[in-house]
Design a protein around this ligand. Structure first.
Ligand code: NAD
Length: 244
């Protein structure tokens, strides 16, 4: 088994070394080893709710305080967490390779904390708050927030600066991710169940544009059958070996 992984690691290292433009797409799995629950794994429930019941505009319209309590709890977990060797390895690759674009579905900000300079945050950030009335967005890293639900200076209700299930991505953010993947010759897909769209369409796009696709995941996903190489295991163990 170890020999097999070593073989695959050597192969992917070779691809990285020869890549003109490498991209990485990360999901909740890369932050799991920092102690941040994924949505679909163990610990994905808060009180009795599934994430899909809370991370929606409908849930927020129905009960903004409840949704904010969940975000306040998640912000608390992330505030007490540290970036792990997987995040650090991606920051190291970025500083070493001629061109490297990091695209993340995560909203926790841990890639930036690890030193990644300009991650494309497809789903926004839990450290941003946006006004539902005047649309202004600002950063706020207080944990816990003093009042739930928080309000803007204009009196409007503030919401988390994230993209919820059923909402569209920020067009410019999606454009940047799409263009990066289209021009990449290698895409690493790390710790994502590859079921949340449109992010999940980036791997097929990379393949259609002629790039090699490598999956790094603790388990199997709908993408596994369609990649050039699978590195099965924990992102925090595999990525540092890849970046060596
Ligand atoms: P997901 O919860 O659907 O899937 C997580 C994936 O990571 C699974 O395929 C699992 O096998 C894999 N995994 C778990 N631990 C791993 C590890 N240590 N190393 C490698 N792989 C591991 O997550 P998703 O696909 O990202 O989709 C859920 C949506 O919710 C996304 O938008 C996601 O970013 C968001 N979310 C974000 C956070 C965060 O910001 N940290 C946490 C939960 C959910």
């Amino acid at each position: 088994m170890e020999a097999e992984i070593q073989d695959s690691l050597d192969r992917v290292r070779g691809w990285l070394a020869g890549a003109r433009h490498a991209c990485a797409l990360t999901g909740a799995g890369i932050s799991a080893e920092s102690g941040i629950p994924t949505f679909r794994g163990a610990g994905g429930l808060w009180r009795q709710f599934r994430a899909e019941e809370l991370a929606t505009p409908q849930a927020f319209a129905r009960d903004p305080r409840l949704v904010w309590e969940w975000y306040d709890w998640r912000r608390g977990i992330v505030a007490g967490a540290r970036a792990n060797p997987g995040h650090h390895a991606l920051a190291a690759l970025e500083s070493r390779l001629p061109r490297f674009t990091l695209i993340t579905q995560n909203v926790d900000g841990l890639h930036r904390r690890a030193g990644s300079r300009n991650p494309i945050e497809l789903h926004g950030s839990i450290w941003k708050l946006r006004c539902t009335r005047c649309s202004r967005e600002h950063g706020d890293d207080r944990v816990p927030l003093p009042h739930l639900p928080p309000h803007c200076d204009c009196g409007g209700l503030l919401r988390p600066g994230v993209v919820w299930f059923g909402e569209g991505l920020e067009p410019e953010v999606w454009h940047n991710a799409h263009e990066a993947v289209r021009s990449a010759d290698l895409l690493l897909v790390i710790g994502t169940s590859a079921v949340v769209y449109p992010a999940a369409s980036l791997a097929p796009l990379a393949r259609a544009s002629g790039a090699r696709v490598v999956e790094i995941n603790a388990g199997e996903t709908p993408l596994t059958a369609a990649v050039d190489c699978t590195l099965r295991g924990l992102a925090g163990e595999i990525l540092p070996r890849l970046a060596q």
